[in-house]
Design a protein around this ligand. Structure first.
Ligand code: G6Q
Length: 550
């Protein structure tokens, strides 16, 4: 195969980078009053300003040529059509079918999956309506007040992020809890807050074999049975979201209380399936459907918009541009919305698990950098912490600002202040502050020449640091759906360009295997010699400190 680095468009971009690398963002804006108009896009209710990037129209053309050479459009269509886009697990990746709002069939292995998708959605509606309206009763006849989602990775991060993001729409009686960590403190501290009579446990696991989740689920069931509840009461308080019917029944959860999905739904793409139950319970099925609709609208945009007007494609191309031509291997997500406080963590899994790969789809080693490190916290908090490094550090860190314009909790001038901070940060990152500007500022404040001289290196800012800004009117279910789908498609397009498989995660599987064998050794509690000296030393020291070794 042709590696991306050998493509004509890649080589053209490398040459173009040499031409533009010393032109500053200030220069670009000074040279073109219409820059904001030229580098913006709207889709599915979202607005993207990507003018504060190191790009010219020629850069955009070259990037789009790269996308064309990498057949991004037909690869996207292939994903929507159910092609085997995850060859190492021989599966399609059809999270888009879960939010397919029209009547269009989606055929997998000769069968339209839409009737099954719709049938699970209607069962979910019936169940979640009952819990919400109080007619689903616990073993002592009381309505449910607390829901504990037990899951990890894709079975936790998505639902948790979305429940938090849409908290203003939450059901008044239902408190949602999430237990993911196998650290007993996570479960114990959660159980302290709930009452067995009124708690619903959701065991969310695609495979129903994940050690952390099953351990937590067993502990939750033991705790439940230590109350006045009997085995027969388990069915009123435990439901399962899984693809593994047999394992669910073996665990002791009623098949009627199992909501299925399919192996063509990747864990980190499963929020749209039954795994979204915490969100359905919290905001109700009508709003969940608006959430699906938002994602579907972004799907249609991603599938049909020309490459140069395609929002996820453009965001992906910018990441490739910085990652591969500017050596910027870190990407900051800065949502200026408190409700999106788990969004960076969610995107971290979506992007780093998907595109943290070192081989091409055909198994040959990659010859270019792949997925960058993704991280972040909500603004304005980040400004009082790590933004220092983003402004004045030695790393170039492209940043995505995300801003919901209308607050769902209007309070005095808070929202205007939040917005002002968001726009000020992207401006400051781009413009910086020259030594001359600083001098003028300090002179005006009455600083001495000596002070100006000694501080000018410290207090000036190089600027020239790129960012995107995504605006949304209000963080509604529709907007959240569109926003998540935007990043899902961005990740897919990056993978298409790097020619890697974004849908497998052998690194996660490795962790699942390794812990099992060490757990067995800890259980046996004799001196361990089978590992390297560090691992043996750590295990043996732990056994000794816990007085488990003879
Ligand atoms: C996601 C990954 C991983 C997975 C968890 C939980 O894409 O595969 O994060 O979601 O390991 O797996 P289960 O849902 O099977 O418990």
């Amino acid at each position: 195969m042709t590696h991306p680095v050998d493509l004509d468009a890649w080589k053209a971009l490398a040459a173009h980078h040499d031409d533009v690398k010393s032109t500053t963002l200030r220069d670009l804006f000074a040279a073109d009053d219409a820059r904001f108009e030229k580098f913006q896009l709207s889709a599915a209710g979202l607005f993207l300003d990507y003018s504060k990037n190191h790009i010219t129209e020629k850069t955009r053309d070259n990037l789009v040529e790269l996308a064309e050479e990498c057949q991004v459009q037909s690869r996207l269509q292939g994903m929507f059509d159910g092609d085997i886009v995850n060859p190492t697990e021989a599966r399609p990746a059809l999270h888009t079918a879960l939010r397919n709002r029209g009547d269009k069939p989606v055929v997998v292995a000769g069968e339209d999956v839409m009737p099954d998708v719709k049938s699970v959605l209607s069962r979910l509606r019936v169940f979640t309506d009952k819990v919400r309206d109080g007619s689903w009763l616990g073993f002592t006849g009381k309505p449910i007040t607390d829901v504990v989602n037990i899951g990890i990775g894709g079975s936790d991060l998505g639902p948790l992020m979305a429940v938090e993001a849409l908290a203003p729409f939450a059901h008044a009686r239902l408190t949602m809890h999430f237990v993911s960590n196998v650290d007993g403190s996570h479960m114990v501290s959660t159980l302290k807050k709930v009452n067995p009579e009124t708690t619903l446990f959701i065991v969310a696991s695609k495979t129903f074999s994940t050690q952390e989740t099953l351990t937590n689920a067993h502990s939750a069931r033991n705790w439940f049975l230590e109350s006045e509840a009997s085995d027969a009461d388990v069915s009123k308080h435990f439901v399962a979201l899984s693809t593994n019917h047999e394992a669910v029944v073996e665990f002791g959860i009623d098949a009627d209380n199992m909501f299925g999905f399919w192996d063509w739904v990747g864990g980190r793409y499963s929020l749209w399936s039954a795994i979204g139950m915490p969100l359905m319970l919290s905001v109700g099925m009508d709003r969940f459907e608006q959430f699906l609709q938002g994602a579907h609208d972004m799907d249609e945009h991603a599938r049909t918009a020309p490459l140069s007007e395609n929002m996820p494609v453009m965001l992906a191309l910018l990441t490739v541009w910085y990652n591969n031509f500017w050596s910027a291997h870190s990407h900051l997500i800065a949502p200026y919305d408190q409700y999106l406080h788990r969004f960076p963590a969610y995107l971290q899994q979506l992007t780093m698990e998907s595109n943290g790969k070192s081989v091409h789809i055909d198994g040959s080693p990659v010859t270019c950098a792949t997925g960058p490190v993704v991280w972040g916290e909500p603004g304005t908090n980040g400004q009082h912490a790590y933004f220092q490094l983003v402004h004045q550090g030695t790393h170039l860190i492209p940043t995505d600002f995300i801003m919901a314009l209308e607050s769902l909790n209007p309070l005095g001038s808070h929202q205007d202040l939040l917005m002002a901070n968001c726009f000020a940060q992207s401006e400051a990152l781009m413009m910086g502050k020259t030594k001359e500007e600083l001098r003028a500022e300090m002179q005006e404040a009455g600083a001495s020449e000596e002070a100006i001289e000694s501080l000018s290196g410290h207090r000036s800012f190089s600027g020239n640091r790129p960012s995107n800004t995504v605006l949304v009117q209000q963080l509604t279910p529709h907007a959240l759906g569109a926003l998540i789908a935007l990043y899902e498609h961005k990740v897919f397009v990056e993978a298409a360009i790097w020619d890697i498989n974004p849908f497998d995660q052998w690194g996660v599987e490795l962790g699942k295997q390794l812990a099992k064998s060490i757990h067995q050794e800890i259980d046996v509690a004799t001196t361990v010699t089978s590992h390297d000296s560090s691992t043996n030393g750590l295990i043996n020291r732990a056994l000794k400190l816990k007085n488990l070794l003879a």
